[in-house]
Design a protein around this ligand. Structure first.
Ligand code: GLN
Length: 509
């Protein structure tokens, strides 16, 4: 055994990869310790839908063999993620795993190809530990709509980890993986990041390919990382970003952007405690919204002061149209979802209920879809189908797209004068399991600060800033399109100031 603590989470990705690359510890030891951590911790949390020891050990052994031989290839260089244990939300395909979307509909579906973001993270030399629990088809904010049972919050197992990427958040928070990937359509990376005290990034729409990630709302979906540190999130983004011919919405961006967001987190490239000249906007109207815990409001203002102390210029702004965000999202999201989920018909894809023998194809569709989808999925499909139906399209979908345009104009006004916008991530800390499960509107409200970012398409990161009654709280840093560098700059400086006590997590390895 190595002389130092190499449990996932005890070391940052950068430190772990340095130790593996220097062969102070083997990738196999890292993989075995991560698998042992999952075995010990996951029964209380249920972050994982599937653990993949064979894939983990095969990747680790291949890595150790290459490092021993001193041979590296273009796709397996020793780099800042070499030997880092990772895991993936269960809506991302990886050959050798199931991709269930935590739904009965896809319970037995086996991946036949790799999601691009997954492949890119693995090609950076990481070790795949498995697939992570989520709200069914990513519909939800608590991971309670999983057909396989909820994930528990490692800070308090009576509470939800947030959602829909709750497994991805809990796995990192509990130290079972160093980096995980989630998807964010309306807050599903950032809100669970906030509830679990993890660094959680939704990149700009188009920054990361969604190929191989089961689609929810194609004009909103984006893949991003969960990590312990801002630096690790930047390293993960650098590994997964970039154009992909398999996703027409992914864009080619200049290499200088990647260099800039890596430099923003690199002590060799800048004074990490200095944000002189960074223009930070505070949306005064968003801080007045009903339902915002006053302690979270006070924390956001305190973080703004910290940034000002480190040289940032604070600017007060308003975002009056964001109040329409939730309503617009709950038309656009379900509308696109109802269309994307039409493929799960029991014939081409998904669960088929054919016993007793169906009377006709409609009977087969109806019985398969009724059995395969859970209550929240059915609710979304019905809302979306209604909103798109003839005669209602203009009143609902058309109107929602107009709201989206005015929200974009609000953001454009902010980013004409500011580099980052600082807001709460979530109006509350983690709620109790069951607390909002029967009240969809209360559940939807927990995404009030995250959803506008998806509608606009810019980037947002949730940064843990402390504990309220023992539960993590956080701020959200939002940038203009493709300016994640500004987010990383502010987040790194704040991270150093707050020193979030991530190792105090009660249910961790
Ligand atoms: N919680 C939101 C919803 O229920 C967002 C989900 C997501 O981002 N996937 O739709």
């Amino acid at each position: 055994m190595a002389a130092f603590d190499f449990r996932p989470g005890a070391l940052s990705a950068a430190e772990l990869s340095a130790a593996v690359t220097a062969r102070e510890i083997s990738a196999r030891e890292v993989a075995l310790s991560a698998l042992a951590a999952i075995e010990a911790t996951d029964p209380a949390l249920h972050a994982f839908n599937e653990v993949t020891p064979e894939l983990a050990l095969a990747a680790a052994d291949a890595l150790d063999a290459r490092l021993a031989a001193g041979t590296t290839t273009a796709t397996a260089p020793p780099g800042p993620l070499t030997g880092v244990p990772v895991a993936f939300k269960d809506n991302m395909n990886l050959i050798g795993t199931h991709t269930t979307c935590s739904s009965r509909m896809l319970q037995s579906y086996q991946s036949t190809y790799d999601c691009t973001a997954v492949r890119r993270l693995l090609d950076a030399g990481t070790i795949p530990l498995g697939k992570l629990n989520m709200d069914e088809f990513a519909f939800g904010s608590s991971t309670e709509s999983s057909a396989f049972g909820p994930t528990h919050n490692p800070w308090d197992t009576d509470r939800v980890p947030g959602g829909s990427s709750g497994g991805s958040a809990a796995a990192v928070a509990a130290g079972m993986a160093t980096i995980t990937l989630g998807s964010d359509t309306g807050g599903s990376i950032r809100q669970p990041g906030s509830f679990t005290g993890t660094v959680a990034l939704k990149p700009t729409y188009g920054r990361v390919s969604r190929y191989g990630c089961v689609a929810f709302a194609s004009s909103l979906d984006q893949i991003g990382p969960f990590a312990h540190t801002v630096r690790d999130a930047a390293l993960a983004l650098a590994a997964i970003c970039g154009q992909d011919p398999m996703d027409a919405t992914s864009v080619s961006r200049p290499e200088t952007e990647t260099q800039a967001f890596l430099a923003a987190t690199d002590p060799a490239a800048r004074d990490l405690d200095d944000v002189t000249g960074l223009r930070v906007a505070i949306a005064t109207d968003l801080l007045e919204s009903d339902g915002l815990d006053p302690r979270i409001r006070a924390d956001v203002l305190a973080q703004a002061e910290t940034l000002a102390d480190r040289g940032a210029d604070l600017i007060e702004v308003t975002l009056p149209s964001t109040e329409y965000g939730l309503s617009a999202y709950y038309i656009v999201g379900p509308a696109e979802a109802s269309s994307n989920l039409a493929r799960f018909d029991g014939i081409r894809y998904g669960l088929r209920v054919s016993d007793p023998e169906p009377t006709d194809v409609m009977d087969l569709y109806l019985r398969s879809r009724a059995a395969g989808f859970g209550a929240e999925s059915i609710r979304r499909i019905m809302i979306g189908t209604y909103a798109l139906s003839a005669g209602y399209y203009d009143a609902y979908y058309g109107q929602a797209q107009k709201a989206r345009t005015v929200i974009k104009q609000d953001f454009a006004r902010v980013f004409a004068q500011a580099d980052v916008l600082l807001t709460p991530t979530s109006p509350t800390t983690a709620f109790r399991l069951g607390e909002k499960a029967s009240d969809p509107l209360a559940m939807y409200l927990s995404d009030i600060y995250t959803i506008p970012v998806n509608l606009v398409g810019t980037a947002g990161l949730s940064l843990p800033t402390g504990l309220i009654d023992g539960l993590p709280t956080s701020v959200q840093l939002i940038s203009d399109y493709f300016n994640e560098a500004a987010i990383f700059r502010a987040a790194t400086t704040l991270e150093r100031a707050v020193q979030f006590p991530r190792n105090d997590v009660p249910c961790g390895v």
